[in-house]
Design a binder for this molecule. Structure first.
Ligand SMILES: [Zn+2]
Length: 388
């Protein structure tokens, strides 16, 4: 149950696909960004990347025998059963690999959210809950291949849980809830049908998986793939240090995130870009805010810079631009990039002019928490492997 049973291709050995890797890593630093939709043809490295990300993430301390894999160090996120365990002094912990749960396209709603035994509740007066996919995905990665082929209703349920970090089930007046904080990775092949714009908008980030045109890079893909297939264990040993460095960087970014601040001019830049590109609603602005903060932390900084905003815009906006009736559905990424860059340059020019103007108090992740966005993720140091 705990961890990879077969050798996984190392994340840091993936060639190219920089934007996809960055989108995944930022969600790993801060799952509250709200997931990433990976678009691309079949047979691209989408599922390899999701598996590789799970293996890259640091192991996590977990309550032993908890059906929801609660975090022993974060009492506020416990399930009812863990509260009972703790108060009776029976809580034991262990360290596990971050779970990767794949959702089959054929999954029913019951399979996803779990089931409440109504008969048992009525006869025995106690709630009996059979956990579903969302329970297994808590504190892990939920991978949904071909998310565009799921029913709209199910996608809605997934996105709701991802946004709230809680799975709430109600049947005939009886309810049950449990923690369901997960990194949502959806993939889709646009040739097989688009997601409805309303659902598209609720995926925080989108990345396009591109082909690798450069012969030199293609050769590198082939070389690494062949070496991995020849001796996966040895390949993982070779890449062990690089993986460890990236893991340490993630851990540091999680620690840094609560200290990151967003200068007022940078928030200005976000809203200007969103307004210039005529995105509907405010979700894009909010996602860009969180993504820029997280990118700053990932780069080891505590202040958001125009570069963080530019990266956040390229991840958060491609799927949110208002479409004209006869627009090419894919849009022109080059044009998007140019318009974002134009706003960034303008903001930098203004900053250079107005050096003498006093800057107002920066807002921070802490302020965001007070506004009810929930706590920023912290690294929970796993203790000994078994604490019994
Ligand atoms: Zn629990």
């Amino acid at each position: 149950m705990a961890g990879p049973v077969r050798p996984i291709f190392p994340f840091t050995a993936l060639v190219g696909q920089e934007r996809m890797k960055l989108g995944l890593l930022l969600n790993a630093v801060n799952p509250k960004i709200g997931g990433v939709l990976v678009r691309g043809e079949k047979g691209t490295a989408k599922s390899t990347a999701a598996r590789a990300l799970a293996a890259l993430l640091p192991e996590e301390a977990t309550v032993l025998n908890c059906r929801f894999g609660c975090d022993p160090n974060r009492q506020s996120s416990w399930c009812d059963e863990c509260y009972a365990r703790s108060s009776s002094g029976r809580m034991q912990t262990y360290t596990r690999h971050v779970p990767l749960v794949e959702l089959p396209v054929s999954a029913t709603e019951d399979r996803v959210v779990g089931t409440l035994d109504i008969e048992h509740a009525v006869k025995q007066g106690e709630r009996r809950f059979e956990p579903g996919v969302l329970a297994s995905a808590n504190r892990g990665i939920l991978y949904v291949d071909e998310v565009n082929l799921l029913s709209d209703h199910l996608v809605d349920v997934l996105l709701d849980a991802a946004a709230m970090g809680v799975n709430y089930v109600e049947r005939e007046g009886i309810s049950f809830s449990h923690p369901a904080e997960f990194i949502l990775i959806g993939t889709m092949n646009p040739e097989e049908g688009e997601l409805r714009p309303q659902l598209l908008d609720r995926f925080a980030l989108t990345v396009e998986v591109e082909g690798i045109p450069e012969p030199r890079l293609r050769a590198e893909v082939v070389r690494r793939r062949a070496a991995f297939e020849l001796d996966p264990t040895q390949f993982n040993v070779l890449w062990g240090e690089t993986e460890e460095e990236e893991r340490a960087r993630l851990v540091k970014a999680r620690e840094l995130l609560p200290d990151v601040t967003m200068p007022e001019v940078m928030l200005d830049l976000i809203t200007r870009i969103c307004s210039d590109l005529e995105v509907d609603g405010l979700r894009a602005d909010i996602v860009m805010y969180k993504t820029a903060m997280t990118h700053a932390a990932y780069r080891g900084r505590v202040t958001v810079t125009p570069e963080d905003i530019r990266v956040a815009a390229m991840l958060a906006l491609p799927h949110r631009r208002r479409r004209q009736p006869f627009d090419d559905a894919s849009g022109d990424p080059g044009e998007l990039e140019r318009r974002i860059q134009a706003q960034v340059s303008r903001s930098e020019a203004e900053a250079a002019e107005g050096e003498a103007t006093p800057t107002p108090e920066p807002s921070s992740m802490a302020d965001e928490d007070k506004a009810g966005q929930g706590d920023a993720p912290r690294v929970d140091q796993p203790g000994a492997t078994f604490s019994r």
